[in-house]
Design a protein around this ligand. Structure first.
Ligand code: HEM
Length: 146
């Protein structure tokens, strides 16, 4: 299994290209979640019911996360020793685990047609989701800075 990672390490273009794909997939995964959250807050797609928006965007969110994880693992393997020694890398993964757990529990309730949340709770859930994904993205950017 070392060979592909060797190739990534020795190529001048592989890491930047994988990083671009990582960031585009981040935009797709988090962007689709943001559309749902902004709709719950009454700021986007006001003419469609939130459960319907969520249903139609879900395959894009899943595809985005699939590519985010695959490219994230490749980027990690290209610089495994350096990454493992950075607390900010591990902080990003802990934040990511928290954001995914929130997405699969509280946020899932938000978009279930059979289980409408009262609007104050729905708004807090949407705001918390936006804040968590912002924190994960900030953690990702901070890896290169700290
Ligand atoms: C939704 C989840 C994720 C978000 C929002 C995210 C965000 C980011 C961002 C903004 C960057 C900075 C790119 C740059 O500065 O040009 C980055 C880089 C990186 N990400 Fe992620 N990422 C996510 C998931 C993952 C996962 C699951 C892994 C690994 C298991 C990972 C590993 C990396 C690595 C190794 C880098 C390169 C850091 C560097 O060399 O500066 N990411 N990510």
């Amino acid at each position: 299994m070392a060979a592909p990672f060797e190739w990534i390490r020795s190529s001048r273009v592989a890491v930047p290209v994988i990083e671009i794909i990582h960031l585009l997939a981040v935009a797709l995964a988090i962007g689709t979640i943001m559309v749902i959250d902004l709709s719950v807050l009454g700021l986007a797609v006001r003419r469609q019911a939130v459960p319907r928006i969520a249903r139609e965007l879900a395959p894009w969110t899943r595809a985005g996360f699939g590519v985010v994880f695959a490219t994230g693992i490749l980027l990690f393997s290209a610089e495994a020793a350096k990454m493992s020694s950075k607390p900010i890398f591990w902080a990003k993964l802990v934040l990511l685990a928290g954001a995914v757990a929130f997405h699969l529990t509280a946020h899932r309730d938000l978009v279930l047609p059979a289980n409408p949340l009262d609007s104050a709770r729905a708004r807090w859930t949407a705001a918390a989701s936006l804040a968590l994904w912002f924190a994960v993205a900030f953690g990702g950017k901070a890896i290169g800075l700290l």
